[in-house]
Each structure stands twice: as C-alpha cells, then as structure tokens.
Design a protein around this ligand. Structure first.
Ligand SMILES: C[S@@+](CC[C@H](N)C(=O)[O-])C[C@H]1O[C@@H](n2cnc3c(N)ncnc32)[C@H](O)[C@@H]1O
Length: 364
C-alpha cells in the first residue's frame, strides 16, 4: 500500500530523511509530502514515530474513471466494509486535477451516495468522530485515501498552555533536524514562548515517540492490533544533556514549565524569565541556540523588531562562543540585522501562510 505523509510545504526533504532513518521505505518526495510503501503496521508506526508529518494518509484504493457514472460504479463496488467499521460517520473531500471529471462536488456526492447505500453516515468534513476519505482525481486516476491520524500530528497530546504565535511541533522538529540537532548536545531557546523547541529537543534526546500520548483514528479501525502497536513504542534512553528556554514574558515561562512536565521532560528542561539582552549560556558545554523571534505580521510594525534582532545577535556574539546559532524568521532583512555569520538560508517553509526559513551559523 502507498502511505502518504502530509507535511508543511518545504519540509518534505527533511521528513523523507527522518522516515528513511526510522526504517521506512520512501518511494517519492513531492512538495508538501512524502510517499512510503508499507502495510498497516507502517501506518501505525509512522503516526507514532515521525516528528515531521502533519498527517498520515493510507491509500486504500485507486482506479481510472473518465465519467461520473464510472466513478459511481467503482465507488459502489468498493469494499468499504473491509476498512471502515459498519455504520461509521464518514466525510468525503475531493480534488480534481487535469481530469475529465472536473466537478469535485459532483464526484463527492456520488461517493457519498455509495457510502450511504452501504450503511455509512455522511458527515461534513472536519466533524469529530468521523473518518475522513480524501479523493484525488488526477489525470483521470482516482485515488481513495483514508486519514489515519485524526487531529493533526503536531498536536502531540501534552500541550495545554499555548502562548501567542507558537511554532508547530512538526516544524520545530524539522528545523532542529536541519540545524543538526540529534539529541546529543545542549539546546537553548532564548525566546521560547510556550517551550516548543526545548520540549521537542528534550524528547528527541530521550528518544520519546512524538505520538506516545495521543489517540489516532487508526485505533478505531477493525484491523487495528493493539499489542502489535504497543510493541512499536521506542525504548527511551538517558539524555546526555538538558535543554533550556528563556523568555521575557513570565506567563510564557510558567506555560513552558507546565508543558514540559506534561510531556514528561520536566526533569531535564530548565526555564527562566529574562530578556534576550541578558542571556548567557545555560551550561558549560556549547550546543545549539535556536530561536524563532517575532516576525511582525503586518507591514509597518517591523521597526521595533530590528532592535530586538540586533540585541539577539549582540548577546550571542558576546557570550556564546562555540555554540551554533539557528534563527527562524520570515524576513531576510531581520535575519541580517543580527550580524550573525549565517550560511545560506534553508528551504522556504509555509507556516500557516507565512513563509519562514532557517538561518544557521557554524560554531561561533
Ligand atoms: C514567535 S514567539 C516564540 C514562540 C515559541 N517558539 C513557541 O513555540 O511558543 C516569540 C517570543 O519572543 C518573546 N520575546 C519578544 N521580545 C523578547 C525579548 N526582548 N527578550 C526575550 N523574549 C522576547 C515573546 O515573549 C514570545 O514568546
């Protein structure tokens, strides 16, 4: 079966590398996604272990259809009951691309009718407790995919407190990977908000599965084998170093501490309240400083940010000899303002409509 990993556009190469390292068979990489080859156990393990995937889609069927009548016939003959529990709520979403069938709404309706005639209930897409079937009609080839994740995978299941402008965990994990972080060095985020980078990094250091604390849609399918899934959980290891965060906002630090405790890494993370102008290394061994400083969304409110980025660069240059610096921002001008000796920037990544990139240095 083809298994499609959805990711933030721009992160597909990093996700493909992660998937290969974790023993998956990658067959293709496209903008915003990675295809694996595997069976249902790989679907479960991808959801459990991959840090960079937003969701995991299982390709449950593919056929050619030139006309709606053909689509209808194939949808009626499709063995839905082999996959979806009888009487379940199902939501169907269709996209058409360069195909004779160009009316996505009409295609959705035919498939919904086929499902309803087999005893399923049709739910609007996004409805809780519904199975989501994604139909793609591309050059007259129809593929049916089932979303096996449910809530997007950046929701690791232990973050309740969120500060403004949090980085999604999936993106944070891939930026850590791009910055060369492998869990065997200290990490420090001096504008940590709700603690995403230090917590994600602590989990990597301890080899905790990102999906260890959350439910998945695939667990409600008839073919799910709970004991096989339990056996897939990674054995944790002892971390060599702690991870650290600071922020000038006391409320953010309170959230970070609570989030780290909930994630089970409270004992190996340290958080303090301080402005970026006062930062010094949190430990003696140099490691990675990673930060996503505010970008300033609207035109016209960027001016105060130049001072902030300059202050960040000054503090790092003055006190962080031997540390690597990684800055994520939407604005090349702001990155430049730090005065840090950046290598060429990483891929452009779409973070909810904002295009961001990672700028990183060699050891300072
Ligand atoms: C874009 S948010 C970071 C979000 C964080 N990565 C997360 O996932 O929650 C930027 C953070 O920078 C902090 N900040 C802004 N100016 C600061 C300063 N001068 N010193 C320290 N922190 C500052 C804000 O309080 C905010 O939490």
């Amino acid at each position: 079966m083809d298994i499609f990993l959805v990711t933030a556009p721009g992160l597909q190469d990093l996700l493909a590398t992660e998937a290969r390292e974790k023993g998956f068979k990658v067959t293709s990489v496209i903008h915003g996604g990675v295809t694996l080859r595997g069976e249902w156990p790989e679907v479960w393990r991808a959801n459990l272990q991959l840090r960079g995937a937003t969701r995991v889609l299982a390709r449950i069927g593919a056929f050619r259809a030139l006309y709606l009548s053909q689509l209808e016939k194939s949808a009626n003959e499709f063995p839905w009951a082999e996959i979806l529990p009888h009487g379940a709520n199902v939501a169907v979403e269709t996209t058409c691309h360069k195909s004779k069938i160009y009316h996505a709404g009409a295609a959705t309706q035919r498939i919904e009718e086929a499902l309803a005639s087999q005893g399923y209930f049709i739910a609007p897409s996004g409805t809780e407790d519904s199975f989501s079937i994604r139909v793609r009609i591309d050059r007259d080839m129809v593929t049916f995919s089932l979303d096996t994740s449910g809530e997007p995978l950046h929701k690791r299941g232990h973050k309740e407190a969120v500060n403004k402008a949090p980085m999604r965990e999936t993106l944070a994990a891939m930026f850590l990977r791009d910055a060369g972080f492998n869990g065997k060095e200290p990490l420090y985020d001096p504008m940590c908000g709700s603690g995403t980078f230090p917590i994600e990094a602590a989990e990597i250091a301890r080899r905790l599965d990102p999906g260890r604390a959350r439910p998945f849609t695939f667990q409600t399918l008839d073919n799910f084998d709970p004991s096989a899934f339990e056996a897939m959980r990674s054995p944790p290891r002892d971390a060599l170093f702690n991870t650290y965060g600071s922020d000038r906002d006391q409320g953010a630090i309170t959230m970070s501490i609570a989030n780290a405790d909930r994630a089970g890494v409270g004992d190996m993370t340290g958080f303090t309240t301080k402005p970026v102008s006062d930062i010094t290394p949190p430990c003696n061994t140099p490691g990675l400083v990673i930060v996503n400083a505010p970008y300033g969304g609207r035109i016209g409110n960027k001016k105060p940010l130049y001072g902030l980025y300059a202050s960040l660069g000054d503090s790092l240059m003055a006190h962080f000899k031997g540390w690597r610096a990684a800055v994520i921002t939407s604005d090349a001008g702001l990155a430049k303002t730090t005065g840090l000796p950046f290598k060429p920037a990483g891929p452009v990544v779409d973070h909810g409509g904002i295009k961001i990139r990672l700028w990183q240095t060699a050891p300072l």
